[in-house]
Design a protein around this ligand. Structure first.
Ligand SMILES: C[S@@+](CC[C@H](N)C(=O)[O-])C[C@H]1O[C@@H](n2cnc3c(N)ncnc32)[C@H](O)[C@@H]1O
Length: 278
């Protein structure tokens, strides 16, 4: 519910304090934002949102795939990597999708509360109900985040955009960012048969270089690698929740998936990088 996190949120236009008045979020300077009936609020500045993010079918595929537990080692690794010093920490997930990672983190950390931010409206509808201590916000991760300075204990980013300057601004001095990025070889067994491109090499190093001046790594990025046993339906939902879904015609993809064995061992491979403020 938005009431759990309203003290952490800020007006996207001028950064002023926000409060909840009936079904609106109102800033100290008089700007007003409607709370949708599903419980999320869109906090965008004057120009509105430039992206729409993942569409309904991608979010649905993500929800189905994640609900089957195939990425359980990823969710465990992200929750374990999150560090905080407050008694009631605020955890923000940027590009939070269905809230799979954020709700798991909130379950693992007593009295924590979560800001689930995503630019996608279908994602926000699920985020708003993913956990009793989550507030869902539709906003662009590349714009000024509608979050107060030095207000967040930990930020999680899982396969989603990283705005290092904004993360450094909203983090508390001792706060940390946990980033999970796909690594070269992720879904390796599916790449050739389905015609999907691999993750480029050196991705984490480039991310660290781009964050310089705002965030520095706490330690060496950690590998998270495991094998999933996927049937054709799970493979279809995995591809359906990724950008590949937009690049390959649905009929061609369905044909290629139908030509795969009934079940396959598929590698999941990512790196976890923890950052603190520079
Ligand atoms: C690959 S999905 C990951 C979702 C979630 N973290 C997970 O792993 O289940 C990327 C998410 O980032 C969101 N996204 C993409 N561009 C964004 C932006 N500029 N601002 C906020 N969210 C964005 C998408 O809508 C999508 O939900």
């Amino acid at each position: 519910m938005l009431s759990h996190i309203i003290d952490v949120l800020a007006d996207p236009i001028d950064g002023s304090d926000l409060k909840l008045v009936d079904n609106r979020v109102v800033s100290a300077t008089g700007h007003s934002y409607d709370v949708a009936k599903q419980g999320y609020v869109t906090l965008a500045g004057g120009a509105g949102l430039r992206y729409s993010g993942d569409d309904t079918s991608m979010i649905k595929a993500r929800e189905t795939f994640l609900s089957r537990g195939h990425f359980a080692p990823f969710v465990e690794a992200v929750s374990e990597a999150l560090s905080y010093t407050s008694e009631a920490p605020v955890i923000a997930e940027i590009g939070a999708g269905t809230g799979y990672y954020l709700s798991h983190a909130l379950d693992s950390i007593e009295d924590s509360r979560g800001v689930g931010l995503d630019v996608s409206v279908p994602a926000a509808k699920l985020l708003a109900k993913c956990h009793p201590r989550v507030g869902a916000v539709v906003a662009d991760a590349w714009a000024r985040l509608p979050i107060k300075d030095s207000s967040v204990d930990a930020i999680a980013v899982v396969f989603a955009p990283r705005n290092a300057a904004e993360f450094a601004r909203v983090l508390k001095p001792e706060g940390e960012v946990v980033v999970l990025t796909a690594d070269t070889g992720h879904l390796g067994e599916l790449r050739e048969p389905l015609g999907i491109i691999d993750v480029e090499r050196g991705k984490v190093q480039r991310m660290i270089e781009q964050a310089a001046g705002h965030l520095v790594p706490v330690d060496t990025p950690q590998d998270v690698e495991f094998t999933m046993r996927l049937d054709q339906e799970s493979i279809a939902t995995q591809i359906g929740m990724s950008p590949s879904a937009r690049h390959i015609h649905a009929d061609i993809l369905a044909e290629r998936i139908a030509a795969l064995p009934a079940t396959m061992e598929v590698t999941a491979k990512a790196k976890i990088t923890r950052f603190r403020k520079a």
